[in-house]
Design a binder for this molecule. Sequence first.
Ligand SMILES: Cc1ncc(COP(=O)(O)O)c(C=O)c1O
Length: 472
Amino acid sequence: MAGFPSVGEDPGIILGKLAEFSRGEPEPISGRMFAHSYETGDPVLRELLRRAYELYMDKTMLNFVMYPSILRLEREVVRAVASLMDGDGGVTGNFTYGGTESIMLAVKASRDAFRASGKTGVPEIILPYTAHPAFLKAAVYLGLKPVFAPVDFDSGKVDVNAVNERVSGNTALIVGSAPNYPYGSVDDIKSLSDIALDSRVFLHVDACIGGFILPFLRDLGESVPDFTFKLEGVTSISVDLHKYGYALKGASIALFRSGDLRRYSIFMGTRWPGYPLVNTAILSTRSAGTLAASWAAINYLGYKGYLEMAGKVLKAKRKILAGLENLGLKIVGKPESSIVAFTGENVNVTLLSIEMAKKGWRLQVQPGSLYLNFPPTLHMTISPIHENLVEAFLKDLEETLKEHKPPAIGEALKHIVDIVEKEGYRRALEALGISRGSAISEESMLLVNELIRLMPPDIVEEALTEAVNTLI
Ligand SMILES: Cc1ncc(COP(=O)(O)O)c(C=O)c1O
């Protein structure tokens, strides 16, 4: 049994190996990450999450008859998030393991409600180009037709007239983001809500990022457009606890305006000889640990704690925006929340991210697309912990930019494109150093990101599928 250990090992050795494997990788707790991390810097919260997780880690959310406390935790967390989203008593919801799962449930509910209303066409989902790809994934998995709507790149918001023009008798769902991930801009949800009401279609607001930060930024005096259930046309909202809820990874809420709509997100399976399968989420057996940690985070921070955290994010964001502008960099979209995206003349975003990584800072590359007219940008998700690190970051960025020269990769790029055309993806991936068992070098990402930017998205997706299939 190659690859399967023949005898067990000492726990100390096992833990030592895990620590060794991950040595040198970015640590969220360092505060030097500007993506995938929502770090408060509060050690008490961190320890609380760990202990809350531990208490529930081996209990499953599958059986809330056996574990009534799990049902209680879910109810209380859903209630808290519903109230943050201005939901009245009718708003209900489900705890899920992430934004993607919440989105899947909302899309499924709208599809099934569309069918239940007697409509027989292929249901359509209107997606701003800035909507998270989880919606496209949901459309593909659940058999909806995606209808894309253009975005205004000055504001970073979807063109609402274009959305209106795309509504048809087959529209099941319109999507808006509060905010979107690429630019941190909040779509004009009020106008989308009016369109949804006029045309009697569902409207999902993706507040996976914004749910736990926008209400607090608004209370701090920032101008935040309306995006919650206060707007009558909003029928579902996704809110991630594992983002600005500061809980552990694997925690999100799908909210529905009414139980009538939420009903369509629930699945029952009783036509087998086993236990009655009762699912309010896509996953079935799952640890209740992340739910317990979410409940703990909400009760530890409370309104005052979240407001304080949002204050730190806001201070950091203001310094970052001023700093980037000072360095002659250009902000893309309207940074209305806690995300900033930037680009610059003579800046190669991948190289700049590699250079900053050498100084310990992690910026996220958004390669852009020539075909879809998206500029390449660097993404920064701002966390409370950044408040005290921004000066050091900006100083390193300034020094890095002084030395920064866009790389001469034209020849190498041409070579890879030649290989793709003559010998196929597999050989091209080998040439890029992407193969099973190997780590992907940051330098090879210079070429990969440029290929992503230059090639048509359907080819990019095919090539990336091949790459992942090769890697794991
Ligand atoms: C706006 C938005 N929606 C949805 C998602 C998907 O969330 P998850 O990665 O938890 O599935 C993300 C993740 O970054 C996001 O930023």
